[in-house]
Design a protein around this ligand. Structure first.
Ligand SMILES: C[S@@+](CC[C@H](N)C(=O)[O-])C[C@H]1O[C@@H](n2cnc3c(N)ncnc32)[C@H](O)[C@@H]1O
Length: 326
């Protein structure tokens, strides 16, 4: 057995002293063993929280993935090892908070995320695709969009939706007959299709064409806001949240499509916590309402789609309101 295998064995067996002495000798804690697992994954799988903590402090990446795309946090979560799970969750949140700050700085120099808006898109009955065969929006999300519409329309009044896509959430919002319904859409082909389908002729609908970032000055204040864009990053969502206090009326409800890390259960938990924490910093409390999605999401749905952006059984619908109102 080489030194690294000793470390994996010690992590598995909960041998804190051995792990510590190997770390002190300068061993590389980032290696994967012959099964594609890291020492951190072994410790998490067997619920050795103290070792998880030591390995993280020694530089083990919290978000490394096994060959079947399982992270240390998934192992702890699946086995019900609460202490190890929470240690990894906190490491994930802290790391993303710091990386977020770095990404914010990098973004201001890069002008990224604008390509999608220049690309052609294709429409079919059950989805909209980009030029890379990635789905922009899919019909299986209809029940989710209806639930979002219900949440943001609960107080009536003026509703804002950012991102039209297939218009599923907007059709559901119209069912609540809002006093005014503003829709922001940035893609020219999606916008043209909205106009062709009569959205511009509805008395209570105002369409604003452009990126939400560029049309903020044309917006007012709203009783309900929904946000669901495409081709953007977590950073953009975070940036939108900075504008919430200026856009959402007192007593208003905000919600957003919560597809954050929808391919990995543990990363999703990290991001649900992260976004709630960041919303709290701008003055909003977040309730995450679990909705089972198994029934509306069969394997066949993904045929011809390049990226399976959602792979979890439960969708957590965020309902946010000002901390002063809650
Ligand atoms: C996922 S779809 C929205 C789906 C919609 N919720 C529905 O129910 O069908 C995302 C939409 O956001 C639009 N979009 C992308 N970036 C945007 C931006 N910066 N500002 C406004 N709209 C944007 C896309 O063109 C696309 O139509």
């Amino acid at each position: 057995m080489d030194e690294f295998e000793f470390l994996c064995e010690a992590a598995k067996n909960g041998d804190v002293d051995k792990v510590k002495s190997l770390i002190n000798s300068g061993i590389d804690v980032t290696y994967f063993d012959s099964n594609g697992l890291t020492p951190l994954m072994h410790a998490a799988k067997h619920g050795h929280a103290a070792i998880v903590k030591d390995l993280l402090e020694a530089g083990a990446p919290w978000n490394a993935l096994s060959p079947s795309n399982i992270s240390a946090g998934d192992f702890a979560m699946e086995a019900g090892h609460q202490d190890a799970f929470e240690t990894l969750l906190n490491a994930g949140i802290q790391s993303e908070l710091i990386l977020g700050t770095i990404a914010r700085k990098e973004k201001s120099n890069s002008g990224y995320g604008e390509n999608y808006l220049e690309d052609r898109v294709s429409f079919s009955e059950d989805k909209i695709m980009d030029s890379d065969s990635k789905a922009i929006m899919m019909a299986w999300e209809k029940p989710l969009m209806e639930a979002h519409a219900k949440a943001v329309c609960s107080g009536g009044g003026h509703i804002l939706n950012i991102g039209f896509g297939m218009g599923l959430v907007d059709a559901a919002i119209q069912q609540y007959n809002p006093a005014m319904h503003t829709i922001v859409e940035a893609h020219s082909e999606v916008y043209e299709r909205m106009i062709r389908n009569g959205w511009g002729e509805k008395d209570n609908v105002k369409i604003v064409f452009g990126r939400w970032q560029d049309v903020l000055s044309q917006l007012g204040t709203y009783d309900g806001i929904f946000f669901d864009t495409y081709g953007e990053y977590y950073e953009d969502l975070r940036e939108f949240h900075q504008h919430l206090p200026a856009l959402l009326k007192p007593g208003g409800i905000y919600s957003f499509f919560n597809g954050l890390c929808g391919g990995n259960a543990f990363f999703h938990v990290v991001y649900c916590n992260l976004v709630s924490l960041e919303l709290e910093h701008v003055g909003y409390s977040t309730q995450l309402i679990p909705l089972p999605v198994k029934d509306c999401l069969g394997e066949e749905v993904w045929q011809g789609v390049r990226h399976k952006y959602w792979q979890l059984d439960t969708y957590y619908l965020p309902v946010c309101q000002s901390i002063e109102d809650s």
